[in-house]
Design a protein. Sequence first.
Length: 378
Amino acid sequence: MAVGSAASAAELSPDMPYRAEKRNPVAYEVDFTAVVTPPYKTKKLSVWMPMPQSDSAQEVVEGQIYSFPMNVKPQVGVEPVFGNRFAYFEFDAPQGAQMIRHTFKVTTHELRWNIDPKKIERVEKWPEAFAPYLRGEDQAVVVNDKVKRLLSEIVPEMHDPLSNVSQYIAWVNANIEYDHDNASLAASSQHPIDERRGHCSDYHGLCAAFGRALGYPTRVTYGINPFPKASPSHCKLEVFLPPYGWVSFDVSETQKLVEQINKDSKLSDEEKLQLVAAANNRMMSGYRDNTWYLQTRGTDYDLAPPAAKRAPVVRTIYAEADGVALRDPDPSNSKKREYSWMTMHHYKPSNEVKYPFKDTKSLDAWKTAPAKTAGGAK
């Protein structure tokens, strides 16, 4: 394929499987529970629990899903825009907290795209099927004048797609501070611009908005880190780059890893430079870890069955009491003491696996000559 050659629109589909090298599979036995406390005298409590699905990167074997103390049989459905699958529970006049427990086994892989920027193909006009990934949304991935003005400063001239994506990711990592105490929890592209801080969904919601403003299909993908965490959910950015298809970038975790490296007093300046370069190389080559499995794709969509309003994202569950959404909790927020629901979770991996966004040895394959500065994060 010639440098910058045009892709055939007829060959492009947002449903194409991941075209990445699969490595290091890990099978997790998952026991995931949500305990939802409805407001006093709630007449109807509605809960949507996402159900992970098998695809080219992960295989799911179902176990059981049930509720307690009220025994409610769930309605399982698939929403039509992104294909996310949900188990829907409806509790009539619930008295106190209700528990939903889901057990299953998921085998996930490390994915490496090994992107060559010269092989990325131009797309003159995206097929209609990509419209949900190019649109400006009413909530979550908002693409308005504020986003476009800022983007024009970050990317004043268009280059190849990966260079453009790299430019706005570098800006986000240099200018946005990771903060659970001041986050939208809703993949908001506006929150990090206004507050200059947020959590993973704010990073990736803003990056998704930047990509769409440049004409690249993007999406926020939400999943679970299957190891002990206060808040088990985590999201990533995906950008559609032909011929590679959907490519995963974890912007916020790479920023945190870079900060960890720069603060490590045991490392020399040269070692820091080399590790920071490796962390950024890994991110921009396209990388997804095997310590995460996918639950939902996309933002700002109707659930199945529809809720009273569209959900900006679904992190662990989505819940309504008498048609009013319950506030999404973040147990990693040190300032919060009250939650509408909480999750309990236990994971048993088939083999020992380290979290690559804390383990600097995982960067060995991406090491090159040290860069001049240990940048990439505030």
